[in-house]
Design a protein around this ligand. Sequence first.
Ligand code: SME
Length: 152
Amino acid sequence: MHINTLKPQVKSLLIDTEKTLDERLLSVCKLLKQNIDYYNWVGFYFKNGEKKELKLGPYAGEPTDHTIIPFGKGICGQVAVSNENMVVPDVASQDNYISCSISVKAEIVVPIFVNNQNIGQIDIDSNTSDPFTEEDEHFLEYVCAEVAKQLE
Ligand code: SME
């Protein structure tokens, strides 16, 4: 399965306005987790109002204790501040990392921009070492851009 073949399904799930936004985001999480074997946890974090912290949104995978993440903390918190994709091939070598599960080996986080503001992100954990390529970054940038259209 090539990840780009999922793009039309991502788009159609997101434009299904019969469902709430959280339901649509959850469907996207499930689609990605079920179809990409090295995506073992897929979730969204969003800026928590005016606070300098992220709040967990819809996700597919094991429940996490990290429902609130301060800006700057962990991979997610770093992306909230840097406004840039972050790919971590080996989480064990990353000092500023918040562990959710000992089985996680790698992580990718891509920010979501609405009106040029970084309002959240998609976060993927992988139980495979060094699985992410530029294709994942580009695919997830597409997903985030489609999510952003629903938030504008
Ligand atoms: N590992 C993340 C925390 C979120 S969990 O992966 C779900 C981090 O370091 O920010």
